[in-house]
Design a protein around this ligand. Structure first.
Ligand code: NDP
Length: 277
């Protein structure tokens, strides 16, 4: 298992194995790219998305990767339903889990990053039940299902058990949920400028899932935290966003490297600042 890193440690091994959801574009894609291009990349990077074909092309365009020894493996994790369905595509999650297990050859999965998410601009006038449910399905039910006892959790528990250390860290075993500052009830930022009722409510609910997971899994040696990436130029963040995806991911990877017992169950931004729930 990779050792704990400090800020400015120039990307020592964050974790031996990492799985990222929603990795075909935006934040997920850049996370996978930076992990794979780091001087000491994880031994296993599992890049999951709902249409693997486009991602394969992008990853093979990063020609330098095999030379650096990073193995990026790509899976179609199925489509998380957008239409008021309360479950995600369990068969595809289970299929991916079994394949991941095979590749890990008896080792556990160290780091699960629940990044896949959907935005929603619905206002008080335009919001409807279907939009609320669709957003909750992807942003709340999805991350919870992926982390469930019957899905990836046993692989994380295995990693935590086999690490041979006591403290909590991403190199041992962790679930990171990519959240958003606009889901903070404590801050309740700019409601009139950015109403986004479904998105805000879904991220607040996802935050509660993160807190509950942190409480429940802490004693099993699994760290859970929520990370706000900043306002980032992606399809969701739009071109108006002030920050590049490269800068945001550099920050996030540094923050992930210093997460510990003290930050288990925390809501942090890409610079490591604590945010109110
Ligand atoms: P993008 O819209 O660029 O990418 C979203 C990713 O989520 C894509 O990989 C997409 O897959 C996947 N996804 C969307 N809907 C589904 C679904 N129904 N089932 C499975 N996967 C799905 O967004 P970002 O990269 O900007 O966002 C990534 C995360 O960061 C999200 O959780 C978002 O809430 C969060 N975030 C982003 C901010 C920003 O400014 N960009 C700010 C704060 C938080 P596909 O290509 O197949 O649609």
């Amino acid at each position: 298992v990779g050792e704990r890193r400090g800020k400015g440690d120039n990307m020592a091994t964050l974790a031996r194995s990492v799985l990222v959801t929603g990795s075909n574009r935006g934040i997920g894609l850049e996370l996978v790219r930076q992990l794979a291009a780091s001087p000491r990349p994880p031994q296993h990077i599992f890049a999951t998305c709902r249409d693997a074909s486009g991602l394969r092309g992008k990853v093979s365009a990063w020609g330098c990767l095999p030379a650096r020894g990073a193995r990026v493996r790509i899976w179609d994790l199925g489509s998380w339903p957008l239409l008021g369905v309360y479950t995600v595509d369990l068969p595809s999650i289970r299929g991916a889990m079994q394949t991941v297990e095979t590749h890990l050859e008896g080792q556990g999965l160290n780091l699960l990053i629940n990044n896949a998410g959907v935005g929603s601009q619905a206002t008080l006038q335009s919001v409807d039940a279907q939009e609320m449910l669709a957003t909750f399905a992807v942003n709340v039910v999805g991350p919870l299902q992926v982390a469930k006892v019957c899905e990836f959790l046993p692989l994380l528990e295995k990693a935590a058990k086999d690490a041979g250390t006591e403290g909590l860290s991403c190199s041992r075993a962790a679930i990171i949920n990519v959240s958003s500052k606009v889901g903070s009830i404590g801050l309740c930022l700019g409601v009139l400028e950015a109403p986004m009722y479904p998105y805000r409510a879904s991220k607040a609910a996802q935050n509660m899932v993160t807190r509950c997971l942190a409480e429940e899994l802490r004693d099993k040696g699994i760290l859970c935290a929520a990370i706000h990436p900043g306002w980032v130029k992606t399809d969701m963040g739009t071109e108006q966003a002030p920050m590049t995806v490269e800068r945001s991911m550099q920050g996030i990877l540094e923050v992930l490297g210093i997460l510990s017992q003290e930050t288990c169950g925390a809501f942090l931004d890409w610079e490591g600042n604590r945010l109110p729930w």
